[in-house]
Design a protein around this ligand. Structure first.
Ligand code: 5GP
Ligand code: MN
Length: 340
């Protein structure tokens, strides 16, 4: 008998961790893990950590995921498949770090016998049969850490490295406001596995030599619209040599311009054919989440994103309109909102 999982309550976090762990332990069919499109460190890290944990319990798992080049060093040969066209009957699908069903990449969601949605985005649509969504967690990897421990596994470097990666990347290497005491404790416990921390943090920041001239071109586009309250940069297709391969961390460029003095909002526009990928970072009570919800996307209060079905110049206007609205609303609210 498995414990029924109560999707109506988000408050019983530990109960849900226990119930999901039981389901994972007792599932006899195939298990497939997947995450969001344009996977970042938390997407790759939380997925690999949970897959390796289930394998340590003797379960056969398949991970459908194409990592960006800067994260490929974390994966073992044959550990990933880029895409699954169908799922075998009786498959349990685990979606990690994906805020919406439409963002889950590389798997036909509708084929799954059971879908478990594990995430920390406040905007998560609570899709799937069972969802464990906790926006108070800094990373999905922090939730996976609790599941791995509930499964009774000891931390080895193979399990702990991807889990710590997810926590490090979603907290900006333990610098962002989501770096709460529990996050530092979790990071310390993972470090105690004996993983090679210097190697991990060094390799995470390796970039191909072609990145550096690209960085120069992107920084040449920086502008400060809306009276200097916004820093905005663009990555256009003509700048990128190889459009087929994602070489970068989404933080690479926005992580530079978000520290321009005097701004409250940083925006990066990335040209992708007729569509534009938007990344937004905010401070001072301004909500990147509210801005991106206006644009059809989602995310967290200080960091969010959207994909706009318009060319880059039109997308720029739409983004700035949304930013202006949110700046006005923030100023009317007066005091900063709590950060999540
Ligand atoms: P990034 O700018 O790094 O791509 O995304 C920042 C955060 O917002 C990440 O947590 C990411 O998962 C989320 N995010 C980015 N784009 C979208 C989107 O189109 N929809 C939703 N729901 N979340 C997004
Ligand atoms: Mn995440």
């Amino acid at each position: 008998m498995t414990t029924p999982v109560d999707n109506r309550s988000e408050s019983d976090y530990s109960g849900k961790v226990r119930a999901i762990s039981e389901r994972l332990r007792s599932w006899s069919g195939p298990i497939v893990l997947a995450t969001h499109i344009d996977p970042d460190g938390d997407a790759v890290g939380s997925t690999l950590a949970l897959s390796r944990a289930l394998q340590a319990l003797g379960r056969a798992t398949t991970v459908s995921l194409t990592p960006p080049r800067f994260l490929a060093f974390l994966t073992a040969p044959g550990e990933l498949v880029p895409q699954l066209e169908t799922l075998a009957p009786g498959t349990l699908l685990i979606a990690l770090d994906a805020g919406a069903a439409s963002r889950v990449a590389g798997v036909p969601l509708g084929d799954a016998a059971l879908t478990i949605n594990i995430d920390h985005h406040g905007t998560n649509e609570r899709f799937g049969d069972i969802h464990l969504v906790d926006p108070s967690k800094a990373a999905t990897a922090q939730i996976v850490k609790d599941i791995v421990e509930q499964l009774g596994l000891a931390w080895t470097p193979e399990l702990a490295t991807p889990c710590l990666l997810g926590i490090l990347t979603d907290t900006g290497f333990l610098r962002f406001g989501n770096t709460r005491p529990a996050v530092l404790r979790a990071a310390a416990e993972l470090l105690a596995s004996g993983l090679d921390y210097a190697e991990l943090t060094d390799r995470l920041q390796w970039r191909p030599q072609s990145y550096y001239p690209l960085l120069a071109q992107v920084m040449a586009t920086v502008e400060f619209p809306l009276g200097g309250e916004v820093a905005l940069a663009r990555v256009t297709e003509s700048m990128r040599e190889d459009l087929s391969e994602e070489i970068l961390d989404s933080e690479d460029f926005i992580g530079v311009i978000r520290y321009a003095e005097g701004i409250r909002v940083a925006v990066l526009l990335k040209e992708q054919g007729d569509t534009t990928k938007v990344s937004v970072r905010t401070r001072g009570g301004v909500s990147a989440q509210a801005i991106c919800l206006m644009l059809g996307g989602g995310g967290h209060v200080p960091a969010a994103g959207a994909t706009i079905a318009a060319a880059i110049d039109i997308a720029r206007e739409r983004v700035l309109t949304a930013v202006r609205k949110e700046l006005d609303q923030t100023d009317r609210r007066g005091s900063p909102e709590p950060r999540r």
